[in-house]
Design a protein around this ligand. Structure first.
Ligand code: ADP
Length: 364
């Protein structure tokens, strides 16, 4: 502000005498003299101060009287000591108190919100971590359990052989065969575990090259021709020509081996397996349909889970590890495709793989 205001109606001026009596200089409030005297009595220093009187708050300042004694001395010998300015500051004090309340309240509320939000966010962030942790724990537990059974098999067969040191290899060939089977199982299991461990660590990158899925399927099918006769299962193949896309040849090969292997494993003699591959929109769609034992509806959502086996004994008999479809799903996901299963118990299953057609990039 420039300059001082001409007057401030909120300020009362009073004269205080040496004897403590006061004179109100604001004539229209002359009736307040008693109260003003009480307030003035509290003024001891020259510094501005706050005085409480009858539940009101006043701001006061005293200025010593500097003029000659005579000039303002009344007949009753009123010797002026100082001039006191009094202003009521109830509203300011009320305002400040309110402000304090708002600040403190706001601070407390803000802190509460922050703490609560932090807690909720942390809990939310923890959910996937917890899930991943539990999954990993389960995976390690399952893997250990799965690895133990072939080792037990190998151990007990070797122990039984040691009981007859005089036996020939021919006589013990049954146990040796068991050991070899268990070793093969373990090798397969460890290879699968390694694949999944790498996929978890995101270390298994795809090696994309132009691959004709149809040609690759033909190669896979040739491997299974022997089983066709052995299991008395008919394998029909219907593959469209020219199904080339960018893919990881080895992984795609592994994927279809898993699917066809399952189809043969879970289809009893006399059954039929149909493999078809075709272009549909911007995808390559491969289906493997069998007339096997099928999968119960309640098991369907879990067949792609690690170590899930609808029938543990049957899967184990056939050399299954329960990891095949988990790997298959990972391979398809990596190719940004989709794998689905439809099945009816006793009638058979259809696995459908959809792989997006990628533009062919020339190597190099
Ligand atoms: P496994 O090594 O036991 O075959 P997979 O991960 O390949 O493991 O399959 C998981 C489970 O899904 C199998 O144990 C089986 O119960 C079921 N399954 C997979 N494919 C078929 C199929 N073609 N017909 C019936 N059941 C199947």
């Amino acid at each position: 502000y420039r300059g001082r205001p001409v007057f401030d109606p909120r300020i009362f001026l009073i004269l205080r005498g040496e004897d403590g009596r006061v004179v109100n200089l604001t004539p229209f409030r002359a009736d307040e003299s008693t109260n003003l005297a009480a307030i003035a009595a509290g003024v001891k220093t020259r510094e501005p101060q706050t005085i409480e009187h009858e539940e009101h708050v006043y701001r006061v300042v005293s200025v010593p009287y500097r003029y000659s004694e005579k000039s303002l001395t009344t007949q009753e010998k009123f010797v002026i000591k100082d001039v006191i300015a009094v202003s009521i500051v109830d509203s300011e004090v009320g305002l400040l108190n309110n402000l304090l309340l708002i600040i403190v309240g706001g601070l407390v509320a803000g802190m509460l919100v922050i703490v609560l939000a932090g807690y909720l966010l942390a809990r939310r962030a923890m959910v996937p971590i917890e899930e991943a942790w539990n999954k990993q724990q389960q995976f390690v537990a399952d893997a250990s359990h799965e690895l133990r059974s072939p080792i037990t098999g190998i151990h007990s067969n070797a122990e039984l052989m040691l009981r007859h040191p005089d036996h020939t290899i021919k006589e013990e060939s049954f146990r040796l065969h068991n050991i070899m089977t268990e070793t093969a199982r373990m090798t397969k299991l460890i290879a699968s575990l390694l694949t999944l461990a790498r996929s978890d660590a995101n270390k298994a990158e795809l090696l994309l090259t132009p691959v004709d899925i149809g040609e690759l399927l033909q190669v896979v099918v040739e491997h299974f021709r022997a089983l066709e006769e052995l299991n008395n299962t008919k394998l029909t193949v219907n593959i469209q020509p020219d199904l080339t896309t960018m893919a990881d040849q080895e992984r795609i090969h592994q994927l279809f081996v898993i699917l066809l292997d399952n189809a043969f494993k879970y289809t009893p003699p006399g059954g039929e397996i149909k493999l078809s591959a075709a272009k549909l929109d911007k995808n390559i769609v491969v289906t493997v349909a069998d007339t096997g034992c099928g999968i119960a509806a309640e098991h369907l959502p879990r067949v792609f889970d690690r170590f899930f086996r609808a029938d543990k004994a049957r899967s184990r008999d056939k050399g299954g590890t329960g990891l095949g479809l988990a790997i298959a799903k990972w391979i398809v996901d990596k190719h940004r495709g989709k794998i689905e299963v439809a099945s009816e118990i006793g009638k058979g299953s259809i696995f459908t793989v959809v792989i997006p057609l990628l533009k062919i990039r020339k190597e190099g």
